[in-house]
Write a protein that binds this ligand. Structure first.
Ligand code: SF4
Length: 352
């Protein structure tokens, strides 16, 4: 196995995308020495494509209300938890504060809050996006859940550059169990509709929700077919008050190996390392696997939540740019400038 494994790594370094069978092989490797080689290769590819630059995304989770009941999610409708819906002024204020801190993009995220957007009216969502766009001179990613097809042109006109909508799995049977009463194709089509209107898309999977290695390989290839410009893998963490609360979380190494394989397959795409899982401690391991975006930067003391861990490191300021810069220094990496990010976006738009 090891010689063909090394061949896959060498070919990847030369810019060749691993085949589906090779992706399966890479995802299945258990030998720690080979895993180490995989991670080294992933980092080298990131360096070839992006140099030593890492992008930073600020995160504004502006409503934790949701009409859905996803089995893995703390904010699912039937979980009896305190929730918030931030007023527009607060959202703008947080976005401005994030811009001042020197991040590259504002990620506007919400649960599927019917007071902000529904299949009948998404006017409030459009207003939030256009107001943030007016006040902040940064690209905007919007993660609002599902929208009707006719919403996407308006969302783009309101100022959305990116649309993120994670399928979490591309195994339809598993999807049914995770995203209860939701339609696989409707969710998948969100990304196609967004792309058609000129937005870049992010697709994501969760690790440790009952998927097998083949499911992960399928997802990695589907992300390519979708032409997602940002692709993420994130470990499932059991959430209190949900049907999956008793499930054991997988070792983070499964996610890290998946990130490395994603870097070999999707060499010129963005791959996030989220602060939402292990806080600042976990970012380093994900960057060592070839990730090149740090997501979920949240200003302290704004009573904002994270997604996977609703409080981790937020209010003590450990998710701030300063903290991250000192971590990056130790890895020989640095924060990308605004113009670095705009060059990446320009390259994407030329490919479209
Ligand atoms: S994952 Fe999103 S859509 Fe599902 S319950 Fe949570 S917030 Fe709602």
């Amino acid at each position: 196995m090891s010689s063909s494994f090394q061949d896959i790594l060498s070919r990847s370094l030369e810019g060749h995308q691993p085949t589906y069978g090779e992706v399966l092989e890479l995802l299945s490797v258990e030998d720690p020495y080979l895993i180490n080689d995989l991670l080294n290769t992933a980092r080298e590819i990131r360096f070839k494509r992006f140099g030593n630059k890492v992008f930073l995304y600020g995160f504004v989770y502006f409503s934790t209300h949701c009409r859905n009941d996803c089995g893995f999610c703390y904010y699912r409708r039937s979980n009896d938890i305190p929730r918030y819906r931030k007023p527009l002024d607060d959202i703008i204020n947080v976005a401005e504060q994030l811009e001042d801190s020197g991040i590259n993009l504002i990620d506007l995220t919400m649960g599927e809050d019917p007071a902000i957007s529904s299949q009948k009216s998404y006017r409030n969502l459009l207003r939030i996006v256009s107001e943030v766009d007016e006040h902040v001179d940064l690209p905007i990613m919007v993660s609002p859940g599902t929208l009707p097809p006719e919403a996407f042109g308006q969302l783009r006109s309101a100022g959305a550059d990116w649309f993120a909508c994670y399928q979490e799995t591309h195994n339809r049977d598993l999807f049914k169990k995770l995203r209860l009463d939701q339609d696989y194709d409707y969710r998948f089509n969100q990304k196609l509709w967004a792309k058609k209107e000129g937005m870049m898309i992010e697709e994501g999977i969760m690790i440790g929700v009952g998927e097998d290695v083949k499911d992960r390989a399928d997802s990695i290839m589907i992300m390519g077919d979708l032409d997602a410009k940002q692709v993420r893998a994130m470990t499932f963490l059991p959430q209190e008050g949900t049907p999956m609360q008793g499930r054991k979380a997988l070792d983070f190494m499964e996610e890290i190996r998946t990130i490395a394989v994603m870097r070999l397959v999707h060499q010129d795409k963005l791959i996030p390392a989220s602060l939402d899982l292990e806080g600042i401690r976990g970012v380093k391991a994900r960057l060592m696997a070839g990730a090149n975006v740090i997501t979920s930067i949240v200003p302290p003391n704004k009573t904002l939540a994270g997604v996977a861990q609703h409080e981790l490191d937020i209010d003590n300021g450990m998710r701030s740019k300063e903290q991250i810069e000192s971590e990056l220094d130790g890895l020989g990496l640095r924060v990308a400038s605004e113009s670095d990010y705009l060059s990446f976006l320009k390259k994407c738009s030329l490919e479209a």
